[in-house]
Every structure is written in structure tokens, then in C-alpha cells.
Design a protein. Structure first.
Length: 54
């Protein structure tokens, strides 16, 4: 998921440099959402993995 966040961030940066502000803003928002979701999932999996077996 973090890979796709990086891909959308790069697409947003390239679109911004080329002057496509609408596409750049959308790609940046998607990258931000994917980054946050990936970070939350990483934290959840990290916490769940440290519990002793029941």
C-alpha cells in the first residue's frame, strides 16, 4: 500500500510540474489517504503480532 502511495505522489509531482493542477491535487490526496491507511495497518499488525498466544 505504501508503494502505491509513493506512485501516486510521484504522479502528483509530475502533473504539478507539467501544470495539471487538478490531476496533481487528486493524485496527492490519493497518495495521502493510501499513506495513512498503510501506516494504520502497519501499526495494527505490529501491535497484534506482539500479543502472546491464547
Amino acid at each position: 500500500m505504501l508503494f502505491w502511495a509513493l506512485v501516486f505522489l510521484i504522479v502528483g509531482i509530475v502533473a504539478g510540474v507539467l501544470g495539471f493542477s487538478g490531476i496533481a491535487g487528486t493524485a496527492t490526496q490519493i497518495a495521502w489517504i493510501l499513506f495513512v491507511v498503510g501506516l494504520v495497518l502497519a501499526i495494527v499488525f505490529f501491535v497484534m503480532g506482539r500479543r502472546p498466544p491464547m
